[in-house]
Design a protein around this ligand. Sequence first.
Ligand code: LLP
Length: 414
Amino acid sequence: MTATFHYRENVLYCEDVELSRITAETGTPCYVYSTDALREGYLAYERALEGAPHRVCFAVKANSNLSVLRLLGELGAGFDIVSGGELFRVLKAGGDPSKVVFAGVGKTREEIEFALGQGIFGFNCESEAELALISSLAVRLRKTASVSVRVNPDVDAQTHPYISTGLREHKFGIDIAEVEQVYERARLLPNLALNGVSCHIGSQLLDAAPLIESARKMISLAERLRTRGFDIHHLDLGGSIGVPYQPGEVQPDLAGYLTAVRLLIEGKDLTLMFEPGRWVAARAGALLTRVLYRKRNGEKEFMVVDAAMNDLIRPALYQAWHEIQPLRKNQFGTVLADVVGPICESGDFMARDREVVNALPGDTLALLNAGAYGFTQASNYNARPRACEVLVDGAAWRIVRRRETFEDLIRGEE
Ligand code: LLP
């Protein structure tokens, strides 16, 4: 549980709103986000970096709801995008393009042109071919593109293999052993300002040590590049530190990590950039779902709920663990069960062999820590309309994305 989602007399609240008041109007499944938690997640970065030159760019892939982006933008956040669609969302939410960094291994010509046209802060480039393309498009549009090469520092993030990115065997970035030659060759390309270095070794790191090790490698790279005459003025260290999902996982010390990095760059005249997604959004959100049925197959007990892997794919894809709590505590204790969705796949589960609240059909449950990579990874699989999204602010709440309808499902089809 978090301070954001908490019980008052056996009733679950988000800030000052009783969650069952929301579902009474919206139905389920429904994502609920806390304004306060989003703000605090972002401000934790700002506070720890105060006084050091820095920019915090929220990773839009974690939660791209327009109201969430607007809230963060108003607090001063920049944005880390990985597609033209994410840039479109940032602009629609009033985000400042001059605070946008564009990452990703497969940027298309159209996306690069769009980003150059909007005057984004810069590109984190992942290959020499991409550098050449950005250069040629910048020449055509008579712009100078600010670029950092995304470096693969060859540090093991020790996180889930699907979200670990900093080893040589991964598709991301350019090997740190070769990157200086890449900058040298890129020096010859017109209309590029090679003024930064970037890396991102993985997501959901519960230990800051690999992050600090890669920061150290990146700082010495920045210094070597300066010796070669490159005007490196920023160092982008990628995403956030992890958040605890399971009991027993300890919350990493974000301020300690950021302070360690600040000490490393002291006196080096480098602007620090970070691209946190999970840290800002995960704990700010819950997915609310209703129990449809209880059933027993042999020895196994199943709780069938109305949210499925199309709504929250994290358990199916990363064996992720989301805490499950009832909207109203009952007197029936707990039960060892699989909590599963309606989709026709055995991988469609929210929890497996878990001691969960002994909820009955009609009861509503909250899957906690679902504010990052929840709705953004939702799909229409099994022709299921996507859930609605709600933003809570104190005692007030509003729907910030309506539930999809059947008509939404066939929009654009013949
Ligand atoms: N920057 C880059 C270049 C990234 O690739 C990512 C995440 C981030 C920043 C943000 O990382 P964060 O602060 O959120 O850890 N869908 C997965 C997570 C995928 C992360 C991909 N990249 C999940 O649900 O756990």
